[in-house]
Design a protein around this ligand. Structure first.
Ligand code: XIL
Length: 583
C-alpha cells in the first residue's frame, strides 16, 4: 500500500514578488514549519508515517537547481502534505487576515505532459478550497506560480494540508506564501459576501448604479447583486433624468434599476426629488413664480414617487439644502443654501423654505409607506470637527420639521469624506443624537479616498474606517443602511479616483481589504444574533415540516412546509430552535 514517498528539503529559494498590490502575511520557511510532515489520503487517513527530520535531505543540488525545496512524490494513492502553520494562523482567519495562497511548482522532466486533477487545501480535516478537476497550469520543466483562494473555515486546527489528487505524480513546491489581498475572492460564493450577512440581520449595504452596469453576465453586474442588498440610481431618478421636459416623464433608466433590484431581492433608494443640481434646464429658464415653482415640484413628486409607489423603500426628498460654513450649535438654527449664502438654489431662491416642508408632505401623500430622508454632504461629525456646525444645522432643521409634524423619517449623511478627514467616533455620536429625537441617520453616498492608498498602512486605515462605519450600522436600529457611491475604484465620480482608491473593489472587481473587513463586521453581528438564513442552512438542515414561533414564543404556524416559510411576513421567527430572519 505504501507507495508514497515524500522527501522534504529545506526551502530557502525565494522569488522576488511584486508586492505592490498584495500584502505578504506569511512566508513559510522550513524552520517555522518544523520537520513533521505527514501524508494523508483523501479521507484523511494517514497513509505514510510521519517523515522525521532524519529523512530530510538538505540538498543544495536538488533537481530544481533552486537549492532547497519541498519534493513530493505521490504514488497511486491520492495524498496531501500536512504541516503546522506557525504564527497563530488558522482557517478561521482566512478571508480576514489572509485570503490567497501562492506557491511555486516545478514538475521535473520525465513526468507526463498533462497534469490534470483537483487542488485541495484544508485546515485539519476541514476543506477550505477544492478546485474542480481540470488541467493544472504546471507544464513539465517550467517553474510556475500557482495561486488559490483560502476560504474561511471554522477549524482552528494548526494543521494545514495541500496537494493535488494526481496519482503517480512528482513535483517540487517552494515559496509558499499567504497574502492578505484576496485576488481570488470568490464573489460567486454567497458566504463570502457582505450582503449574505447583512441580509440576516436586516441591514443594508448599498451602492449607486447606472443601468449600463447591470449586465448580469458581466463581472460588474454580478459584483453588484452578489455583494450588495440595496441600490440607488447614481443619476437615473434625478429631476433632469425623470422630467427632462415639463410634464414629460421618462422612467426608463430608473425602471431598469428597479427591475434589477427586484430580481435580486435588493432594496431601492430613490435619489432625489428636490435638489439645486441636475434639475432640468426648463425649470431654471422658465422664470416661474413661487406658486408655479411649487406646482411644478408637486407635480414632479406626485408623478415620480407615484410611478414607483411600493417599489422604492425610501426617498431622499430634498438634497443639499443646507448652506456650507454654518458655524452653529444645537438649538442655534440653520442657514439654508441660496443666494443669501452665496450659493444658488433654484428651489430656495424662488420658493423660500416652504418647498422643503411641502416636498416631504407631497412625497408622503404619493407613497405613504416610503421612508423619507433629508440628505446632505459635509455632515456627520458631531463634535470637535470643522464640519460639526453643518451637522448641527441639519439637526436643527430636521428637528424643526419633525416637531412641525412634517413626515420626515431620517437624515442621510452623504459622507464624501477622506481617510484623513473621517472620525468614526464622531459619526456614531451623530447617530445617537438623531436616535434621541426619533430620526434615522444613515450613510448614503460613502467614499473614502486616501492620499497614498497604495501604501498598506493607508489600506488598513481605510479598511478600519469602513469596518467602523459598518459596525455602527450593525449596532444602531436607527442606522440601518450604509451606501457606497460606486463599485470599483477607477469608476468613481471623484476625480483621480484610480489613484485615491475610495471604494471597495479594485478595477478588476477583486475585493479590497476594506470590503473584506465589512464582510467580517456584518458576519460578526449575524453570528452573534444567531440568525440563520432559511434557504442556505446547509450545515444543520432544518426539518422539512416545521412549527414556527414568533420571538414572544407564540406559535404562528403549525407543521408548515419549510419551503413555504418565506411566505410569512418579514421578521424574526424561531424555527426548529433557531432564529430565522425572513426578509
Ligand atoms: C453625482 C454623480 O455621481 C455623477 O455621476 C453626476 O455627474 C453628478 O452627481 N451628491 C449627490 C449625488 O447627492 O447625487 C452626486 O452624484 C454626488 C454628490
Amino acid at each position: 500500500m505504501k507507495k508514497l514517498l515524500l522527501i522534504i528539503c529545506l526551502f530557502c529559494f525565494s522569488v522576488a514578488y511584486a508586492a505592490d498590490k498584495k500584502t505578504l502575511v506569511h512566508h513559510f520557511n522550513y524552520e517555522e514549519i518544523g520537520t513533521q510532515f505527514k501524508l494523508y489520503d483523501v479521507s484523511g487517513n494517514v497513509v505514510d508515517s510521519s517523515v522525521s527530520s532524519a529523512t530530510v535531505i538538505k540538498d543544495e543540488n536538488s533537481a530544481t537547481g533552486f537549492g532547497n525545496v519541498l519534493h513530493v512524490k505521490v504514488g497511486d494513492v491520492v495524498s496531501y502534505i500536512e504541516f503546522e502553520i506557525p504564527n497563530g494562523l488558522n482557517g478561521t482567519k482566512a478571508s480576514s487576515e489572509f485570503h490567497t495562497i501562492t506557491f511555486t511548482i516545478l514538475r521535473p522532466d520525465g513526468q507526463p505532459e498533462q497534469f490534470k486533477g483537483t487542488f485541495t487545501l484544508s485546515f485539519g480535516n476541514t476543506v477550505s478550497n477544492k478546485t474542480s478537476s481540470a488541467e493544472i497550469d504546471a507544464p513539465v520543466g517550467v517553474e510556475k506560480t500557482l495561486s488559490y483562494s483560502v476560504n474561511k473555515v471554522s477549524s482552528i486546527s494548526k494543521k494545514f494540508r495541500i496537494g493535488f489528487n494526481v496519482k503517480n505524480s512528482e513535483y517540487y513546491i517552494d515559496d509558499i506564501y499567504f497574502w492578505s489581498v484576496n485576488y481570488n475572492y470568490d464573489y460567486t460564493d454567497p458566504l463570502q459576501t457582505a450582503r449574505y450577512h447583512a441580509d440576516q440581520i436586516g441591514k443594508n449595504l448599498g451602492v449607486c448604479v447606472s443601468p449600463n452596469q447591470l449586465n448580469e453576465s458581466s463581472r460588474e453586474g454580478q459584483t453588484i447583486y452578489r455583494n450588495f442588498n440595496m441600490v440607488v440610481g447614481e443619476n437615473a431618478m434625478k429631476f433632469d433624468a425623470t422630467e427632462p421636459r415639463r410634464g414629460q416623464f421618462n422612467y426608463s433608466s430608473g425602471d431598469q434599476i428597479v427591475q434589477f433590484a427586484q430580481k435580486h431581492d435588493m432594496e431601492v433608494r430613490g435619489h432625489t426629488l428636490a435638489w439645486h443640481s441636475q434639475t432640468s434646464q426648463w425649470v431654471h429658464d422658465g422664470n416661474y413664480s413661487k406658486k408655479e415653482m411649487l406646482a411644478i415640484l408637486k407635480n414632479h413628486i406626485f408623478n415620480v414617487v407615484g410611478h414607483w409607489k411600493g417599489q422604492i423603500t425610501e426617498w431622499d426628498v430634498v438634497n443639499e439644502v443646507m448652506a456650507e460654513n454654518q458655524g452653529r450649535g444645537v438649538g442655534q438654527g440653520y442657514q439654508l443654501r441660496g443666494k443669501n449664502s452665496g450659493q444658488e438654489s433654484v428651489w430656495y431662491d424662488r420658493c423660500g423654505e416652504e418647498f422643503i416642508d411641502s416636498a416631504f408632505v407631497w412625497a408622503h401623500q404619493a407613497d405613504p409607506d416610503a421612508i423619507l430622508y433629508i440628505n446632505d454632504y459635509n455632515i456627520g461629525h458631531w463634535d470637535n470637527h470643522y464640519e460639526s456646525g453643518k451637522t448641527h444645522a441639519i439637526y436643527n432643521l430636521a428637528k424643526r420639521l419633525k416637531e412641525d409634524g412634517i413626515p420626515i423619517h431620517g437624515v442621510g449623511m452623504q459622507m464624501h469624506t477622506s481617510i484623513s478627514n473621517l472620525r468614526v467616533a464622531e459619526i456614531e455620536k451623530t447617530v445617537q443624537e438623531f436616535e434621541k429625537i426619533g430620526l434615522k441617520c444613515i450613510i448614503t453616498e460613502l467614499d473614502i479616498p486616501g492620499n497614498n492608498p497604495s501604501s498598506s498602512g493607508e489600506q488598513s486605515t481605510q479598511a478600519t474606517q469602513y469596518a467602523g462605519l459598518a459596525d455602527i450600522i450593525c449596532r444602531y436600529d436607527n442606522a440601518p443602511s450604509m451606501v457606497v457611491w460606486g463599485i470599483a475604484d477607477n469608476k468613481s465620480w471623484l476625480e483621480n479616483s484610480e489613484a485615491t482608491k475610495p471604494l471597495l473593489f479594485e478595477p478588476n472587481f477583486a475585493a479590497k481589504k476594506s470590503y473584506l473587513k465589512i464582510v467580517d463586521t456584518f458576519e460578526k453581528y449575524a453570528v452573534a444574533a444567531n440568525v440563520e438564513p432559511v434557504v442556505k442552512d446547509e450545515i444543520n438542515p432544518l426539518p422539512a415540516v416545521v412549527d414556527v414561533y414568533n420571538l414572544m414564543g407564540q406559535k404562528v404556524a403549525s407543521q408548515m412546509l419549510l419551503e413555504d416559510i418565506e411566505t410569512l411576513p418579514a421578521g424574526l421567527y424561531i424555527v426548529g430552535g433557531k432564529k430565522v430572519y425572513i426578509r
